[in-house]
Design a protein around this ligand. Sequence first.
Ligand code: ATP
Ligand code: MG
Length: 252
Amino acid sequence: MLELTGVDVTVSGLKILDGVSMKVPAGSITGLIGPNGAGKTTAFNVVSGFVRANSGTVTFKGKSINHVKTHQLAKLGISRTLQAVGLFPTLTVLENVMLGATSRNKAGILSESLALPWVDKEQRVIRQKSVEILRRFTLDSVMDAMPGELPYPTQKKVALARALVSEPDLLLLDEPAGGVGAEEIRELSALLQQLTPECTVLLVEHHMELVMEVCDLIWVLDAGKIIASGTPAQIRSNQDVLTAYLGEAEVS
Ligand SMILES: Nc1ncnc2c1ncn2[C@@H]1O[C@H](COP(=O)(O)OP(=O)(O)OP(=O)(O)O)[C@@H](O)[C@H]1O
Ligand SMILES: [Mg+2]
């Protein structure tokens, strides 16, 4: 589904990603783990067009997406959540979720500004889909709330709903379990397993229990380099991984 080959990213003379090659098989939940500052978010930023690779290739469903623009992602079938929730503070929960679908719709900005009849219909469909997903996430009671009024774990759920409303083929999740409680992590684990195989998931996460439970395959990044890959069982007993994590979260 997704493949990075020899991806280098250098910022201000500092090599943040150093020859990163990794594969995300279609239908899998693939983990990307590593200590703080390893380059995980940067790898996501390369895939989603926020950061350009200095060299190397990124392919999605066999086609190069090296020069993808962020606004083209939803149309391609890629969706992501941000490490820092990233909801629009002046829009309601429902409006935030609707935005997740708007970028994959057919009506362009021009037809929207001309208020052509099919735009109305499309908006109604998007609204309906957004309400449905909020119901599925038991968030329907907070649909009209502003994100800032909600507890942090609820905001994370809204961000996930927004990423899913476009029905992506590939979902990139940057620390979905960060700052949320045990109950929400259990919910998240069940949800991720329900999403696959229709939607492929690439998961960046420090919460090792979750990673080990849900991932089919794990890649380990340390100081910009891939140091290991394998099944959860293989990663758990990999000496290089244990060394990279010393003084960090324990791999359990
Ligand atoms: N735009 C930038 N300019 C300069 N340095 C950057 C930039 N973006 C990232 N870095 C540096 O690159 C390294 C990798 O950062 P990145 O955010 O990708 O790590 P991460 O693995 O996601 O870490 P964390 O687990 O803490 O989220 C860090 O040392 C960071 O300070
Ligand atoms: Mg990060």
